[in-house]
Design a binder for this molecule. Structure first.
Ligand SMILES: N[C@@H](CCC(=O)N[C@@H](CS)C(=O)NCC(=O)O)C(=O)O
Length: 303
């Protein structure tokens, strides 16, 4: 079985979401460190332009976005599950809320407080990547972001006082998503008292942090690229005939995030269902690759 290669960086919250799931499932994986800002010359040849972190590589199959990554990890190793049958849908929905709404509040708090101290290249990169983001204005909006965080923590704490994990009695994708955002909030001094005011959140943070074991070994980027070159896409996703888009296998399409980092990836459609999209593309150096995205949060269009 091909190795699980996670293109990531240590401070990346969305990478922490995947690291928590890998630890919970006791999966061994290889970590390829990628830069925190563009250019990313050892990542974009794999994805075809998608620049966000993390990206999971299994041979010549490239999985973009943590929603898609969590699904493939669940298929790769179903037990222990991160989608317990009694609340698999709730776990997915809560993860979506955490990744978008809760994360947005946390980013406002963190960047509002420490943004001015970050490298100029980072600030320039993120202003280009995210529409409307202006570092000069972040400090002014930070109190509002903190109020949003407090309101969300109140609701989360109520849930965690009633059940050990976010969606129920067991760890799920919802815990990984809520955990990475609150883990990231620790970078802002003003978030600490908010978290400390919520005892059930405190207990749960410690519980999730200690689940499973991290089995991470570094891999140089060149080795990951060589693995992609030597492998062939192995996906078995197909285009479902009843898809409302009417798109057939073989159509030239583009896939673009609908929230930020609007870099389209072009290729030939090979897989499509309600949850995921897969395209085939050819890189001059790496050969044939299959690149996978979730359907939610991505715009699929004719090329
Ligand atoms: N919806 C995406 C969000 C990924 C994301 O925003 N990642 C951040 C890092 S944690 C990112 O890519 N920032 C820009 C960068 O690192 O270049 C996912 O679930 O993977």
């Amino acid at each position: 079985m091909a190795e699980l290669i996670l293109h990531q960086y240590d401070a990346s919250p969305f990478s922490e979401k995947v690291r928590r799931v890998l630890a919970f499932k006791e999966l061994a994986w290889r970590a390829v460190e990628q830069p925190m800002w563009n250019p990313k010359p050892e990542l974009t040849p794999l994805t075809g332009g998608y620049r966000r972190i993390p990206v999971l590589q299994i041979g010549a199959d490239i999985y973009c976005d943590t929603a898609c990554i969590l699904r493939v990890l669940e298929t790769h190793q179903p037990e222990p599950t991160i989608f317990p049958a009694e609340y698999a849908g709730a776990a997915e929905l809560l993860a979506w809320w955490a990744d978008r709404q809760l994360f947005q509040a946390v980013v406002g708090v963190v960047l509002g407080e420490i943004g001015h101290a970050l490298p100029a290249e980072f600030r320039r990169d993120r202003e280009q990547m995210a529409p409307g983001l202006k570092f000069d204005e972040l400090a002014r909006h930070a109190p509002h972001a903190l109020a949003q965080l407090r309101a969300f923590c109140r609701a989360l704490d109520r849930q965690l006082a009633a059940s050990p994990f976010v969606a129920g009695d067991r760890f799920s994708a919802a815990d990984a998503a809520c955990f990475h955002t609150l883990w990231f909030s620790r970078m802002a001094p003003s978030a600490a008292p908010v978290l400390e005011a919520h005892p059930a959140i405190q207990t749960w943070l410690a519980l999730v942090e200690n689940l499973g074991s991290v089995q991470q070994t570094p891999m140089p980027p060149a080795e990951a690229l060589a693995i992609a070159t030597a492998a062939q896409p192995a996906t078995d996703l197909t285009v479902v005939p009843a898809d409302p888009s009417g798109l057939a296998a073989g159509t030239s399409v583009t896939i673009t995030p609908d929230d930020y980092a609007f870099d389209p990836v072009a290729g030939e459609l090979i897989g499509l269902d309600a949850a995921d999209i897969a395209i085939r593309r050819r890189d001059p150096a790496l050969g044939e690759l299959a690149v996978h995205f979730p359907r939610a949060g991505f715009v699929l269009a004719l090329a």
